[in-house]
Design a protein around this ligand. Structure first.
Ligand SMILES: Cc1cc2nc3c(=O)[nH]c(=O)nc-3n(C[C@H](O)[C@H](O)[C@H](O)COP(=O)(O)OP(=O)(O)OC[C@H]3O[C@@H](n4cnc5c(N)ncnc54)[C@H](O)[C@@H]3O)c2cc1C
Length: 464
């Protein structure tokens, strides 16, 4: 979910998934919540639609419903505080113009414009390997058909392709490792080789594979095996307004005789509202904890939707916008830095990519949630100083922590059922009585407007 932070607003501290925002969802997950919660108290409120989750999908669902029925009473419940809700103004797009070969990867920091390979602080053989990958890569799979080559790529990660197929020096792999982080929220050790080829990364030019101008990863080559590109939704305007209730984590959604009863925690008590219809637009993995009556296969499918952890830091500098270009870091915690009106923004993708995107997201999230804010802030100060110099005046640092940040596209080699299916999301998003399931997890794709497409589908299911 993205919102623009007002530059005049006092900044600093931790936002996003703060300890307060995740306390109730985690207590539910761990089976602790109902032990101390007390009896739910009805508010007496009734709605035509209650939406669980006020992210992009939830708000789109509310808008879409109000387009169908402008007079409807619609309530959106979300667990975040209003101040925690939005991310920073967001990162720009386009490739980095500089690369920081950092001390975490190569023992010392060297900042270079992208493409100036003569000065790379890598072993000479690694620089030669990189040049070959970029300028004159051979056909690594001579004699194989196009389809068989793609099949081979679909079984490999990008790092595995570089090291095992191309046989590059480890420094060359290390240099390329963070190429996908901003797009994917994981690095080359988790990125499928077929997705690296689709993105136009170095190494594939000699394979002679056809690329068609579609795809969701910028350069846009399409392979049967590349991750699905996200759908486009097109904009529409709501004809009315929904009521948004923040700081209200939902704890239970159940069918009753003539309505659906939605229970949420208001900070003191569990309260209930009645709804004719409910759209679950929270993270799919949370839904089984909230809707206990769902059939077991659907619960299992919902649990498989793993989100990737993401951190953004917004640094307010005394001199305003930093004089630096968009910079990729090769191994430091914060993997991308870019100038912003307030100073500088940093992006981190804490997925433990060496475990693959699925296991790596869970492990990275656990580590992130156990990392105190002070450590994150120290890391920001360290990298800002390394990039801009020791006399840089930092006025404030705001870290936006998203444990369940980026939806994950199905991708090879990690999802063997892709592209032929059947897909867990097809089971996960089944309507359950008067409860429909939205959220971008139910339309797994790389980028695009899955959140909106899922919202429209959920509204259609309940209003058709
Ligand atoms: C830092 C960051 C940067 C991103 N950048 C990009 C980008 O550049 N391009 C791109 O395509 N995508 C990006 N994404 C992903 C983007 O946010 C998602 O694609 C999209 O917003 C997902 O929408 P959603 O509604 O499905 O989920 P979310 O926006 O995550 O909304 C789900 C909501 O449900 C709430 N919720 C969870 N449990 C409960 C509960 N029990 N009760 C009530 N509410 C609950 C959550 O708090 C959350 O607000 C980024 C994500 C992050 C975190």
């Amino acid at each position: 979910m993205k919102a623009v932070v007002n530059p005049a607003e006092p900044a600093g501290g931790l936002r996003g998934d703060t300890p307060q925002a995740v306390a109730v969802p985690h207590a539910l997950r761990d089976g602790r919540f109902w032990r101390h919660a007390g009896r739910p108290e009805p508010t007496g409120e009734t709605y035509d639609l209650v939406v669980v989750g006020g992210g992009r999908s939830g708000l789109s669902a509310a808008e879409e419903w109000l387009l169908v029925d402008p007079g409807a009473r619609v309530l959106v419940l979300d667990n975040h505080d209003p101040g925690d809700h939005g991310g920073p103004a967001g990162f720009g797009t386009g490739p980095p113009v500089r690369v920081m070969c950092d001390k975490e990867s190569f023992g010392a920091d060297t900042l270079l414009p992208v493409g100036r390979w003569d000065d790379l602080p890598l072993a000479a053989r690694a620089v030669g390997d990189l040049r070959r990958l970029r300028d004159d890569p051979p056909d690594w799979f001579p004699g194989l058909s196009q389809e068989d080559k793609q099949e081979r790529l679909a079984e490999l990660t990008y790092s595995g392709f570089l090291l095992e197929v191309c046989g590059v020096h480890p420094d060359a792999e290390r240099f390329c490792r963070t190429l996908p982080c901003a797009e994917r929220a994981y690095d080359g050790r988790a990125l499928g080789a077929v997705d690296a080829w689709a993105a136009g990364y170095p190494g594939f030019g000699g394979l002679g594979l056809d690329g068609r101008g579609v795809g969701g990863l910028g350069v846009g080559r399409l392979s049967r095996y590349a991750s699905p590109a996200g759908p486009r939704a097109g904009s529409r305007r709501a004809a009315g307004r929904a009521l948004l209730r923040p700081s209200s984590p939902v704890v239970s959604v159940r069918h009753a005789d003539t309505s659906v009863v939605v229970a949420y925690f208001d900070g003191h008590l569990v309260r209930t509202v009645a709804a004719e219809s409910v759209i679950m637009a929270c993270w799919s993995s949370v839904v089984p904890h909230l809707v206990p009556d769902l059939p077991e296969p659907q619960r299992r499918a919902l649990r498989q939707a793993v989100r990737l952890p993401v951190l953004e830091a917004s640094v307010r500098l005394r001199g305003g916008r930093a004089r630096t270009g968009r910079t990729r870091w090769t191994g430091a915690f914060w993997c991308l830095t870019e100038p912003a009106p307030e100073g500088l923004r940093l992006l981190a993708t804490p997925c433990r990519s060496e475990l693959g995107p699925v296991a790596g997201a869970a492990a990275g999230r656990d580590e992130l949630m156990a990392t105190p804010y002070d450590r994150l802030e120290d890391g920001v100060r360290d990298q800002v100083t390394r990039l801009l110099g020791p006399r840089t005046g930092i006025e404030s640092i705001t870290v936006h922590r998203w444990g369940h940040g980026r939806p994950m596209a199905y991708c090879r080699p990690w999802h063997p059922f892709y592209p032929d299916g059947p897909f867990p999301a097809e089971v996960a998003r089944r309507r359950f009585g008067r409860i429909a399931i939205a959220g971008s997890d139910t339309e797994p794709a790389a980028g695009g407007e899955a959140a909106v497409v899922a919202a429209r589908r959920a509204v259609r299911e309940l209003t058709a």
